[in-house]
Design a binder for this molecule. Sequence first.
Ligand code: GDP
Length: 329
Amino acid sequence: MTKRALITGITGQDGMYLAELLHDKGYEVFGLVAGQNNPKADLLAASHPYVDIISGNLLDLVSLIRAVAHARPDEVYNLGAISFVAYSWENARLTSDVTGGGVLNILEAVRFYQDSSGHQVRFYQASSSEMFGKAQDVPQRESTLLWPRSPYGVAKVYGHYMTINYRESYGMHASSGILFNHESPRRGVEFVTRKVSRAVARISLGLQSGVTLGNLDARRDWGFAGDYVQAMWLMLQQDDADDYVISTGHTHSIRDLLTVAFDEIGIDDWSDYVTVDPTYVRPAEVDLLIGDSSKAEAALGWTPTVTFDQLIRMMVRHDVDEQAKLSAG
Ligand code: GDP
């Protein structure tokens, strides 16, 4: 029997990598897309024609009940969210409703479908290392106390515990992946890795003279999104649902990111090209993230395959090609 999967947030970086992974494994892939006349849906339809696109919104329980009934999924991956931390302070209520409340809605839609059809569904929740916030352990693991530092982080904590609660209350096969930052050439340009890789590419082509950033001292555990969607899938192939940290176990500062990115275009000293603007500094910062994914390694057999250095160079090379094509018209 062909397996069927429903992905929310399918137009995002992870949604696209996961759709490809599941399609390669022979799944029928359904994707929830929000909004009327959404240009991202048109791009997805062109690049991933095998995806069955369903209109719906995490804020609208009725649309989710309809989407799940249409997809009749074996697996549901909840990747949809307002995902940009800086934006979440300016839109705290909306972030709470979509990123937090949306998890409750999709869990309820899945539970309703299971109860009415008798068909068992496995559920994946995209939890986040931002839940660790003011990190209470170094490195952070599944048992580390959660101390979120942004409305986004708080909303993710709600979704995380709601997922655990549905597992414990209703026996649902609901797993939560606590994924540390993961990037790729498909990362949104608002995130620091892609902001830097694109700026560096444009600097190398003479299209831009510098880049303005915020806090250069923050440290993140950055991995490759293509590796991380593999972990999501593995979690749903286990007999029992559980929670797993997914990370590389290495941490780097924004300064390290700049050093590698500029090195890729042959610039040793990036200081002349980088300006710090305090308006980019956040009301509360997550200073240090570094994960311990030994549980995932032991239980899932998952390990990352792309190093930080390889990841950043891959992103810069992609953006050099892309910007060169764009500027050639
Ligand atoms: P996050 O970890 O989900 O918030 O991912 P981001 O890529 O948005 O930010 C990672 C870190 O980079 C945070 O500590 C930011 O404060 C820091 N940072 C420094 N300058 C910038 C900037 O210009 N844009 C973004 N997005 N982050 C920046």
